[in-house]
Design a protein around this ligand. Structure first.
Ligand code: MTE
Ligand code: MO
Length: 530
């Protein structure tokens, strides 16, 4: 049955082509990983392409990704890129069977994409960043060219064809070449991982060796009762391991504290200054409980956490540089801060100098900042969403104006100024819980950083608003717990919460999306009382 046999032989050929394509892509990534490990891990092709995708993702999609995949959003993105690459590699492999040169050229094209992505990243350090993608693409193109050549010489299983007819030898030829490629690529990749790991070791050692001085101004003692004894309510103090993480970094920057510098310069800066970490640590430090919130937090969402931060007051540093706040005639109204990975955030100079505890934090809950949260230093300004204040891995502070410069998120349609909106969240009961009739303790948190929380009310269905019991308030810059003893009757009920801040303003019921300046509206939970 020649028809069947030729169909089968075509299938085998295509499979070999696909395999050649996949192996070539794997080789390209592994060689790129090796070169990135030697040059700069942040310039690896998956990292730069992923970063470029993040930079170009519309805010709404980014918000969707955060909402849907949570803190796995970056893993999902990387897997997506790899899956896409695998599909294209399969196709390129099959194409290379008949058009070997075109296949190899296609592989080189991926290198161009990777190189362009590397150069487009804000933290690009120059032409060296194209090396991983270029080397990977060359290796991938070569692998594809050789493997495709071997693959077309494999005769069909029925022994009816093949270019040279030397069936057994040729098949072994392809398999040998494929095996050698796989082993070589795996070794290159492993070596790359090893070098990458070694690059981070200096940073890890500098963090482990860092002994933070005590605060000159310790955190005020927490009043008894800031933490309710209600099961299910969020802990008042968020452990570092549970603290939410939101940033654009596909590889977490590992900064060596020994070589790290912070520069302060720009408009109205009489004395531009550069500090080492030791110089900052030699200054009087403050320690404060501050609750940080992400503008991408949906009503009822999890992107909020509270920690005890240790840091250098920013106002002192700015005054030392000769900065005058705009309200007293200073020329600069925006502080543009840059991180080592090229992120830019913009903060009102006025807010930083108005007496609140704006700081360059170096410690979080009694230890140096974790790498995920900005080691060796990050900014924190109580009362402002993270994207306009909380720059992690900070390295540069530039005084400028809102008119002169739009930082990263503002370029992507988020608001220039974004004080945290008054919000409240029901932590217990959980949505769709089935509590027993009788007393049900409803409890949660409310926050309006730098204004404080003065009142929290609960409404069941369309009933009247009832005052909840407020837990003790640690300060205006932290969230506040609340609880309400509800006499629950059988049936389905909707419980809604609203908070009033320290200025007397009650949280609006107007529902808005997170973009451009934070979600508003009230959190409700539906439960069925049995
Ligand atoms: N360098 C850098 N700093 C950053 C960001 C970022 O993407 N890069 N994201 C900001 C945002 S949007 C928030 S909400 C906070 C989150 O801080 P956390 O990850 O420590 O919770 O960091 C801010 N600082
Ligand atoms: Mo954020």
């Amino acid at each position: 049955m020649p028809g069947v046999s030729s169909f089968r032989s075509k299938l085998v050929r295509a499979a070999l082509g696909a395999l050649a394509g996949l192996l070539a892509a794997f080789t390209a990534l592994a060689v790129a990983e090796l070169v990135a490990g030697l040059v700069r891990p942040e310039a690896g092709p998956v990292t730069v392409v992923g970063g470029a995708v993040i930079d170009r993702t519309p805010a709404a999609v980014k918000d969707f990704a955060i909402r849907t995949f949570g803190e796995n959003d970056k893993t999902v993105l990387q897997l997506g890129i790899l899956a896409m690459l695998a599909l294209l590699a399969l196709a390129l492999g099959v194409l290379a069977l008949s058009h070997r040169r075109a296949g190899a050229a296609g592989a080189l094209l991926f290198g161009v994409v990777g190189a362009a992505a590397a150069l487009s990243r804000p933290d690009s350090t120059g032409l060296g960043d194209v090396l991983p993608s270029a080397a990977g693409a060359l290796a991938g193109a070569l692998a594809l060219y050789v493997l495709a050549a071997k693959a077309v010489r494999v005769p069909d299983p029925a022994g009816a064809g093949g270019e040279d007819g030397e069936g057994g030898w040729s098949r072994r030829g392809f398999l040998t070449a494929a095996g050698v490629t796989a082993v070589a690529a795996t070794s290159a990749g492993a070596l790359g991982r090893f070098f990458t790991g070694r690059q981070g070791q200096g940073a890890v050692a500098s963090r482990e060796g860092l002994v933070l001085p005590g605060p000159a101004s310790p955190a005020p003692a927490l009043p008894a009762g800031v933490q309710l004894k209600v099961p299910g309510v969020t802990a008042f103090a968020t452990p570092n391991s549970d603290f939410y993480r939101v940033d654009t970094a596909l590889t977490v920057p590992k900064v060596d504290a020994g070589t790290w510098r912070l520069r302060i310069h720009g408009k109205g800066v009489a004395r531009p200054l550069t500090y080492t970490l030791d110089q900052l640590l030699a200054r009087p430090l403050i320690e404060r409980d501050i609750t940080l919130t992400c503008v991408s937090n949906e009503v009822g969402g999890p992107y909020i956490g509270s920690a005890r931060w240790l840091g250098v007051p920013l106002v002192g540093l700015l005054k030392e540089a000769g900065v005058i706040p705009p309200s007293r005639g200073g020329e600069a109204d925006q502080l543009v801060v840059r991180s080592v990975d090229g992120m830019t955030l913009g903060t009102p100079v006025e807010d930083v100098m108005d007496g609140r505890d704006a700081m360059l934090a170096v410690g979080m809950n009694g230890e140096p900042l974790p790498f995920d949260h900005g080691f060796p230093a990050r900014m924190l300004v109580p009362g402002l969403y993270g994207y306009v204040s909380a720059c992690k891995w900070i390295t540069d502070i530039e005084l400028t104006t809102f008119d002169a410069y739009d930082p990263y998120w503002v370029k992507r349609k988020w608001a220039r100024r974004a004080p945290i909106k008054t919000q409240s969240r029901i932590d217990t009961p959980k949505p769709f819980a089935r509590p027993n009739a009788g007393t049900v303790v409803v409890a949660g948190v409310a926050w309006a950083q730098h204004r404080g929380i003065s009142r929290v009310e609960i409404r069941v269905d369309d009933g009247p608003w009832q005052d909840a019991d407020l837990a003790a308030q640690a300060g205006v810059d932290t969230w506040r717990q609340w609880s309400y003893r509800w006499n629950a009757t059988a049936g389905g009920h909707n419980i809604t919460v609203r908070a009033t801040d320290g200025t007397g303003q009650t949280q609006t019921e107007q529902r808005t999306r997170t973009i451009p300046d934070g979600a508003s509206g009230r959190h409700s939970v539906f439960v069925t009382v049995t």
